[in-house]
Design a protein around this ligand. Sequence first.
Ligand code: NAP
Ligand code: GDD
Length: 351
Amino acid sequence: MKRALITGITGQDGAYLADFLLKKGYRVFGTYRRTSTPNFWRLRALKVLDKITLIPADMADMSSLLEAVNLADPNEIYNLAAQSYVSASFDQPLFTAQVDGLGPLRILEIIRHLNKKIKFYQASTSELYGESIEDKKMQQNENTKFLPNSPYATAKLYGFHICRIYRDAYKIFACNGILFNHESPLRGLEFVTRKISNAVARIKLGLQKKLFLGNLDAKRDWGFAPDYVKAMWLMLQQDKPDDFVIATNETHSVREFVEEAFKNVRLDWRKYVQTKEELIRPKDVSILNGDYSKAKRILGWKPKTKFKDLVRKMVKSDLMRWKKFLNGDRFPWDAFDYHENIDILKRGKTK
Ligand code: NAP
Ligand code: GDD
């Protein structure tokens, strides 16, 4: 049985990847941060919480990461843990650099010293491109230059290059997945797509009156998270390590997302959406549009879910959730988390 360690297993991608790898027959370990209120709602929603083994670790804490790798003894590590909210990286730039930049280096150092056979996936991002293309009609691929536009992207740029350097210098099987935005019903509520789908559901049901947004002109290449975690796995199954763009080949503005989401509940978005100056970032990325032809050619990967389908899935899920709430049902993922019922590897416990 292959063993995988996922850092950031409590996040959107971590939960979907855990589900995917369990279905492939892996034993799955995941790192989580100890918090005063446990944060396992996504793992509960996908019904994987009792099938995985959790290990407490923080990307800023080398000894906890060393212990996690030691305990999991993995064939593959998927490094998904990060301060992933671009906006927050302007508020917490040093923390973001520490976790998103030095975090992957810590894991690569552990691999170098402990077991160079462990395969490594680094969650790189289309944010690396920033404003690098002058012709806005061009798509971004593996050869497009990077020009990061946020503390988040700058930290991730360090992660990207350190991964490439350890691959070349120490012959570690390390891959960068340059993933464009990917969303789902499990997306964090602060990201624009989920903020919209959640608000649309609440407005439709009379629970909310207005939706305040920032830059409506920004364009993103939005895919579906479950499609994208498959690409992560495919990268580590190749004969040689490489970097891949994972995207849909389509770009849409935030305004188009809003329009489509409101259309799903037959409401006119103009009556409900207002822009707010304070939601506009100090610097934003105006357009992302990925060319995934290398992934198609080498990994045999292509996205299954396109824009309209993605919007529909997200709005439908939030509508169902709020309808249940109004009927007095608990949210399916709102259940309390009991640590004692979960297989958590404690410090010092042997494999
Ligand atoms: P997410 O939902 O925000 O999940 C991030 C995960 O990282 C969570 O499990 C979080 O734990 C954990 N984490 C944050 N800080 C940590 C720290 N200091 N130590 C240990 N764990 C920490 O993000 P996602 O959307 O799943 O994205 C996964 C990865 O892909 C991230 O690295 C992100 O930057 C990258 N990425 C995402 C996209 C996208 O569109 N989703 C695109 C390209 C790249 P808590 O639950 O405790 O907060
Ligand atoms: N979050 C948010 N909230 N974004 C808004 C809002 C708002 O109220 N109004 C407009 N936007 C715009 C942002 O300015 C940005 O241009 C766009 O919507 C998308 O914002 P997010 O959904 O926060 O995602 P992101 O593109 O900044 O970052 C996500 O994708 C990256 C890959 O390109 C994150 O998942 C990153 O972790 C990931 O690397």
